[in-house]
Design a protein around this ligand. Structure first.
Ligand SMILES: [Fe+2]
Ligand SMILES: [Fe+2]
Length: 187
């Protein structure tokens, strides 16, 4: 199982929320800002507790330190967005600053950190189980496409049976991912 595929799906969701905030006006922004802060905080907590502590042997200590620092900056930037939302003067600038900092960090993860980890899959295999339980505990969604991209059919079948999905044995890969996504995603 490749946990980084689920993390990438989270990143796409964050980008989507930034766009929705951009397009909305005034109070209509609030539900998207809430969703953005909740999901981003959970995503960062997941990376900090499960992924970052395990990756130093592959990426080096410096990459871990850099990632943690960027999370701290992202938290501050998010707080500025919340403090000024939905339309205090400076809200637009705070939003742009948060978006720029977060997209820089996301690029670094997807272009440097994740590819390095994939070359050395032992780390990813080792964290797979704690990653999934922490994810569930934090209430982060599991998108079907992300599950299908990150897991083999055998892995999906194994998880689906564990989760009590009916008729799992006769399902195709996409159907397994769909079924697992609906059991594992909080309502
Ligand atoms: Fe991330
Ligand atoms: Fe991160």
């Amino acid at each position: 199982m490749d946990p980084t595929k689920l993390l990438e799906a989270d990143h796409r969701q964050v980008e989507d929320l930034f766009e929705k905030i951009d397009r909305a006006e005034g109070d209509d922004r609030m539900p998207y800002i809430d969703e953005l802060t909740t999901s981003l905080r959970a995503h960062m907590a997941l990376e900090e507790t499960v992924l970052y502590p395990a990756m130093a042997p592959v990426t080096g200590e410096e990459a871990v330190e850099e990632a943690n620092t960027e999370h701290e900056l992202a938290r501050k930037a998010l707080q500025d967005v919340i403090d000024l939302a939905p339309d205090e003067p400076g809200f637009g600038a705070a939003l742009e600053a948060a978006k720029a900092g977060i997209s820089h960090h996301v690029e670094e993860e997807e272009d440097e950190v994740f590819p390095e980890l994939r070359k050395n899959s032992t780390v990813l295999e080792e964290i797979a189980t704690p990653f999934m339980s922490k994810r569930l505990e934090l209430g982060l969604p599991m998108k079907a496409e992300a599950l299908a991209a990150g897991w083999s059919k055998e892995e999906l079948l194994y998880e689906a049976k564990n989760a009590g999905v009916e008729g799992a044995a006769s399902m195709k890969k996409e159907e397994l991912a769909e079924a697992l996504s609906s059991v594992m995603t909080p309502a």
